[in-house]
Design a protein around this ligand. Structure first.
Ligand code: A2R
Length: 311
C-alpha cells in the first residue's frame, strides 16, 4: 500500500508515519517546511497545500493508493485571527488535493481528518455525540473543517476517489505542543521538577469535561478507517474526563507537591461543559479498541517534557 500523509511533520503526522511504516506500508509524507527527517523509511516532499501545482506534482510523483489528509491550520486562536488563511488552507488545500486526484484519474482512498469541533455548541441531551449529530461549528477552525467535509463529499465517488471522514475528539501524547491543555500541565510540571519554575502550576478553567484519547490509538484508527471504513467516524474514548482530573493525575505522576493557580490569561468561560462521543461505529464496524489508558498517555507526555525542557 502506497500511503501519502499530508502534514506528516505535525504532531499526529509523525505518529502516523511510524505506525504505517510498522504496518508495512510504503509511506510518503508531505511537510510545509521540510525538517531533518527522523524516519528514513518515509520519503518526504515539501508541499504547501494552498498551491495547486504543487499538489498536482506530488500526486503525480507519489501515485498513492491512500491519502491521509492531516495538513491544516489546527490551532483555534490562529484560525480566529486569520479566517482567510484558514479558509485557504483547510478548505482550499483539501480542494486542491482532491482536484489533483480527480485530474490524475487516480484510484485513491482519501481519509479526511476533520475534528469533533464540527459538532460545535451542544447541550447535555446530545451526549454521547453520534456521527448523525447536526454540525454547528462555533469557531473558524471548526467552520473550515465542516466546509472541507463538504468538499470531500462533493468529490467522493468521482474519478476513482473514495473518501472517508474521521472526526477525532481530543487526543494527546508525547510531542504535542504546549499550547494544548494536557501538554501545558505536563511541561510546567517538568519545569518545576527540574527547578526551572517555582512549584506553582498555572491553569485555566478546570471544570470542562472532554473526551481524551492517546494519539497512538488515534493513528491506529486512521489506518483501520482507510482499510475498510465508509462514511464518517467519531474517534474517541466514549467517556469524558474533567480537566481537573487530568491535572491531578499528572501531579500524581510527577510525584511533586505543587500549588494550583488560576490565571486570567488561561481562563475561558465554558460554552460547552461536557463532551463525549459515541464509539459504536468505530468499535463495532472496525473492531477498534483503545490500547492506552489515560495514565499511560499522561506518563508518556510527562516523560517527554522531562527530557525536553531547558531553562
Ligand atoms: O505550520 P507547520 O509548519 O507546523 O505545518 C503544519 C501543516 N500545515 C500545512 N501543510 C501544508 N500546507 C499548508 N498550507 C499548511 N499549513 C499547515 O499541517 C503542521 O505540520 C500540520 C498540522 O499539524 P499539527 O498542527 O501538529 O496538527 P495535529 O495535531 O498533528 O493535527 C493533525 C490533524 C489536523 O488536520 C487537525 O485539524 C486534526 O488532526 O485534528
Amino acid at each position: 500500500m502506497r500511503a501519502l500523509i499530508t502534514g506528516a511533520c505535525g504532531f499526529v503526522g509523525s505518529y502516523l508515519v511510524r505506525h504505517l511504516v510498522e504496518a508495512g506500508d510504503t509511506v510518503f509524507g508531505t511537510c510545509l517546511r521540510l525538517q531533518e527527517s527522523k524516519n528514513t523509511e518515509c520519503e518526504y516532499h515539501t508541499l504547501d497545500i494552498c498551491d495547486e501545482a504543487q499538489c498536482r506534482a506530488v500526486i503525480k510523483t507519489v501515485q498513492p493508493d491512500v491519502i491521509y489528509h492531516l495538513a491544516a491550520i489546527t490551532f483555534v486562536p490562529t484560525a480566529e485571527q486569520d479566517f482567510q488563511a484558514t479558509l485557504a488552507t483547510n478548505v482550499g488545500g483539501t480542494y486542491n488535493l482532491l482536484r489533483a486526484c480527480q485530474e490524475a484519474r487516480h484510484k485513491v482512498r482519501f481519509v479526511f481528518v476533520s475534528s469533533s469541533e464540527v459538532y460545535g455548541r451542544i447541550v447535555p441531551k446530545d451526549l454521547p455525540l453520534t456521527e448523525q449529530q447536526p454540525l454547528h461549528p462555533a469557531n473558524n477552525y471548526s467552520l473550515t473543517k465542516a466546509m472541507a467535509e463538504m468538499v470531500v463529499q462533493r468529490y467522493n465517488g468521482q474519478a476513482g476517489i473514495q473518501s472517508v471522514i474521521a472526526r477525532p475528539f481530543n487526543h494527546t501524547g508525547a510531542g504535542q505542543e504546549a499550547q494544548f491543555v494536557a501538554s501545558s500541565f505536563a511541561k510546567q510540571l517538568a519545569q518545576i521538577a527540574k527547578g526551572f519554575l517555582p512549584p506553582v502550576i498555572e491553569v485555566g478553567n478546570l471544570e470542562a469535561k472532554r473526551d481524551f484519547s492517546d494519539v497512538r490509538d488515534i493513528v491506529r484508527a486512521y489506518r483501520l478507517i482507510a482499510d475498510r471504513g465508509e462514511g464518517v467516524y467519531n474517534l474517541c474514548s466514549g467517556h469524558s474526563v474533567a480537566i481537573r482530573t487530568l491535572l491531578d493525575t499528572l501531579i500524581a505522576i510527577s510525584g511533586q507537591q505543587v500549588s494550583v493557580q488560576v490565571v486570567a490569561e488561561r481562563y475561558r468561560p465554558l460554552d460547552v461543559p461536557e463532551i463525549h462521543g459515541d464509539t459504536n461505529r468505530l468499535r463495532n464496524e472496525l473492531g477498534w479498541v483503545s490500547r492506552y489508558s489515560l495514565e499511560e498517555t499522561l506518563e508518556s507526555l510527562y516523560t517527554h517534557w522531562l527530557e525536553k525542557v531547558a531553562r
